[in-house]
Design a protein around this ligand. Structure first.
Ligand code: AMP
Ligand code: MG
Length: 405
């Protein structure tokens, strides 16, 4: 039997970020940037007003007050997007809107609230410091600054800055396209009518959702019947659009375990037993002319999900170009006893919370690998090491946070 580390090492071997592609900014959201982006101009690009008001020479208003307003003659009007056609000279002002370029000669903006709002002559009721309400060229970002680094995850904030420095497109590692294929003659689509003996294909949507949550694109296929020729034909069809394939089910030692039967014959996938619970039967290899990676996950729903989390997610994160490919792990105090098989690493479903300023984790109901009710209560996987068969309340345990990047 392989250890979890050995299997993880094997599945990550040779995995590289997908080759960079040009994406429009919005399509690049959730992708990892594959170039350093520098500012071809400063931000702000020019001195401009931060208020609606009047561009003035501050010294003109030294004696202005409520009781004794100073009058200035208004010589121009600049909305955002326009430039003043004349400079501000002593004794004059230019009406200006937020974002409009500061006119030549002006050194401050008086907010409209400190004036009578006049359009020919304006009466100003307060003195003002030089530089007031002016956003200076380059005060935020300087020409040539490295604004977003290669390796950065692009979200709304990074996209804002990339747009502001003039980028409509950027080079990113594209999202892997992942085909998720459920196998099992007992399976029907979620929402479809069930007859006795049949169950809902929950793995297809679970794993597809987990793929999306990891940042990749999921294409769901199936459920595919336990029939070798159907499975083979389906796999061949799907290869063209896959950067990675995930199957669930059909990998135990049963008579109808078609995934194992088909892929063993092709000789590309290695079926192994990993010393973990849930998720012992694992298969991994490549398929087709482009050596597309394939994972054959166990059919039990909790086993499939935990296997995805432990082995497939890190691979997808690496293909996406992330530096941090693993879920964050925290130390928590175990609240209830956990039993674990000898020689296997248990990934018990748990609920992690902060109690009295420390992390406490509570097993989330039944630990059977078919128990989706318990899985849905969990937000974490409690790691019980191979050499521990009973973890007592109060023990410090490592916990994988399933709701954190
Ligand atoms: P298998 O590995 O195909 O023998 O499946 C193991 C167990 O998981 C069986 O009880 C299956 O019915 C169940 N199972 C397999 N595939 C799925 C699926 N896509 N959704 C829900 N349960 C499944
Ligand atoms: Mg099956």
């Amino acid at each position: 039997m392989r250890s979890v580390e050995e299997h993880l090492h094997a599945v990550l071997d040779g995995v590289e970020p997908l080759s960079p592609l040009d994406h429009t900014l919005l399509d690049a959201r959730t992708c990892v940037l594959a170039e350093d982006v520098t500012a071809p101009w400063p931000l702000p690009a020019f001195d401009n007003s931060s208020m609606d008001g009047y561009a003035v020479i501050a010294a003109d208003l030294d004696s202005a007050s409520d009781g004794k307003p100073t009058s200035l003659s208004v010589v121009d009007d600049v909305p955002a997007g326009y430039r003043a056609s004349v400079p501000v000279r002593p004794g004059t002002a230019i009406r200006i809107m937020t974002g409009a370029p500061l006119p030549d000669g002006a050194d401050a903006v008086v907010p409209v609230e400190l004036t009578d709002g006049g359009t020919d002559t304006v009466r100003v009721t307060s003195s003002i410091k030089r530089g007031s309400h002016v956003r200076r060229r380059g005060e935020d970002v300087q020409l040539g600054d490295l604004v977003v680094r290669s390796g950065a995850l692009l979200g709304p904030r990074e996209i804002a800055l990339l747009a502001a420095v003039g980028r409509g497109r950027v080079r990113v590692h594209p999202q892997p396209r992942v085909v998720v294929l459920s196998t099992g003659s007992e399976l029907v689509e979620p929402g479809a009518a069930l007859s006795p003996g049949l169950i809902v294909d929950s793995n297809g949507v679970t794993i597809a959702a987990a793929v999306q949550e990891a940042g990749a694109i999921a294409y769901r296929v199936g459920p595919v019947k336990d029939d070798t020729s159907t499975l083979l034909a389906t796999l061949e069809d799907q290869l063209v659009r896959a950067d990675l394939i995930i199957t669930t089910g059909g990998v135990s030692a049963g008579a109808y375990d078609t995934v194992k039967a088909v892929l063993s014959r092709l000789g590309t996938v290695e079926f192994t037993r990993v010393a973990m619970q849930p998720g012992m039967p694992q298969g991994h290899g490549t398929l087709g002319p482009d050596a597309t990676p394939i994972f054959t996950l166990p059919g039990n729903p909790v086993s499939a999900y935990v296997s995805f989390e432990v082995f497939v997610r890190p691979v997808l994160r690496r293909m996406l170009g992330h530096q941090h490919i693993y879920r964050p792990v925290v130390r928590a105090v175990l609240a209830e006893t956990l039993h674990s098989p000898a020689g296997k690493r248990q990934f018990a479903r748990g609920h992690l919370a902060v109690e009295d300023g420390r992390y406490v984790v509570r097993p989330a109901g039944g630990q059977g690998s078919h128990m989706l009710g318990a899985l849905a209560k969990a937000n974490a996987l409690v790691v019980v090491p191979e050499d521990v068969t009973e973890a007592k309340p109060g023990t410090a345990v490592a916990v994988l946070r399933l709701d954190e990047g």
